[in-house]
Design a binder for this molecule. Structure first.
Ligand SMILES: Cc1cc2nc3c(=O)[nH]c(=O)nc-3n(C[C@H](O)[C@H](O)[C@H](O)COP(=O)(O)OP(=O)(O)OC[C@H]3O[C@@H](n4cnc5c(N)ncnc54)[C@H](O)[C@@H]3O)c2cc1C
Length: 343
């Protein structure tokens, strides 16, 4: 499902249940038995316990289960399977939107009973749900339902190239988290943002030979005090302060290295005139067949225009959104045995 299409897709989600203003109201109004924790069909109350600004438009929301019950098995299962989402409800307008939970924080990763969910939410100009969420004070009740598994990773997945635009980084982080538990897998994450403020201090792991003919951009050399065509060893490309998501990506990298997978991250910023190019994808398509049996995936997640540019439109068929034919830039490339999935 393309991340921004449900809102104007053929089947907008209008919610008809009565809205409770707090957990107490929930307890009073909702007939027993009811779902104290996340459920695929009924909304359950969560409490907004923290909101951390990532940039002028994006924030990470942390929600706790309103009744403090342990994380349900459905969430553990969804985390294991790949890309998943939950829906939030806007009680006055009776609308719902999907959001993609971030992986657990490192200190909670081993906490089997964890009951928090975290989301990276971008405040869209004029957006009904995102503006509502961004205005809520700490302690507010937010109603959630789910989880919905949007894409299940094949069990034999070996390599992933993930093209993420903006908040499309959230499903990419879910995949990185799932792969960190998958022996011998590799993930190349290429993350594009319009502005540097989304990924402050993120300068990537570029050590692969550049087959595209493009030199590293001049600003990177300036920022890092190096000449623009000088190779930068992994781990030395650090700038002063690091954004929240950049720090989380670094934690995921550490987790993947201490586990069995390997995660490479490359950052691209429009306002610095640094864009993901077809050559950046092409040079990551190489494989050594005898050693590396298994599925190879190119996953794409971000605004509709980003997904369409790389892989063409998703389609609606009989009320369901489907992949549609491969189009865009990837359709013109020799993808060998790689399979493309539009998220
Ligand atoms: C599976 C999935 C996972 C997602 N995960 C995330 C996530 O992790 N983080 C995240 O931030 N988002 C995520 N999204 C997107 C999210 O669901 C919402 O679509 C997004 O937050 C915008 O919703 P909204 O109600 O704020 O905006 P809406 O009110 O739906 O408006 C969206 C945009 O369209 C414009 N618009 C609305 N109506 C009109 C009109 N009539 N004419 C012209 N323009 C109009 C608005 O100004 C706004 O810019 C995900 C989407 C999906 C499908």
């Amino acid at each position: 499902m393309s991340r921004f299409s449900r809102i104007k897709g053929p089947r907008p989600l209008y919610i008809c249940a009565a809205a409770g203003a707090s957990v107490a109201t929930y307890r009073l109004l909702k007939p027993e038995p009811f779902n104290a924790s996340l459920h695929p069909h009924d909304f359950a109350p969560y409490i907004l316990v923290d909101k951390q600004c990532v940039s002028s438009t994006n924030a990470i929301f942390t929600l706790h289960d309103g009744f403090g019950v342990p994380e349900p098995n459905s969430i553990k299962e969804a985390r294991r399977r790949g890309v998943w989402s939950v829906q939030t409800k806007q009680p006055q307008l009776q609308i719902a939107r999907a959001y993609t939970p971030l992986p657990s924080k490192p200190d909670e990763a081993d906490d089997e009973d964890g009951h928090s969910l975290r989301f990276l939410v971008r405040q869209e100009t004029g957006g009904e749900m995102s503006t509502y969420l961004h205005r809520l004070p700490a302690g507010s009740t937010i109603e959630l339902r789910g989880p919905t598994v949007e894409y299940e990773l094949p069990q034999d997945v070996k390599e992933v190239i993930f093209l993420a635009g903006g908040t499309g980084i959230a499903p990419a982080m879910q995949v990185a988290d799932a792969l960190s538990r998958s022996p011998g897998s590799t993930m190349h994450l290429l993350w594009a943002n319009r502005r540097r403020e989304e990924c402050e201090g993120g300068f990537g792991d570029e050590t692969l030979p550049d087959l595209s003919g493009h030199q590293p951009s001049w600003w990177k050399g300036l920022l890092l005090g190096q000449s623009s065509n000088q190779a930068l060893p992994v781990g030395t490309q650090k700038a002063g302060s690091k954004g929240l998501i950049v720090r989380e990506l670094e934690t995921l990298k550490e987790r993947s290295q201490s586990g069995t997978g390997a995660l490479n991250v490359q950052y691209y910023v429009d306002e610095e005139r640094s864009f993901i190019r077809p050559g950046d994808v092409a040079k990551r398509l190489h494989t050594q067949p005898s050693e590396r049996q298994g599925s190879r995936l190119i996953l794409i997640s971000g605004p509709d225009g980003f997904v369409q540019y790389w892989a063409g439109k998703k389609l609606w068929v009989e009320g369901r959104e489907v992949q549609g034919p491969l189009g865009g830039v990837l359709a013109k490339m020799d993808l060998k045995n790689w399979h493309v999935v539009k998220l």
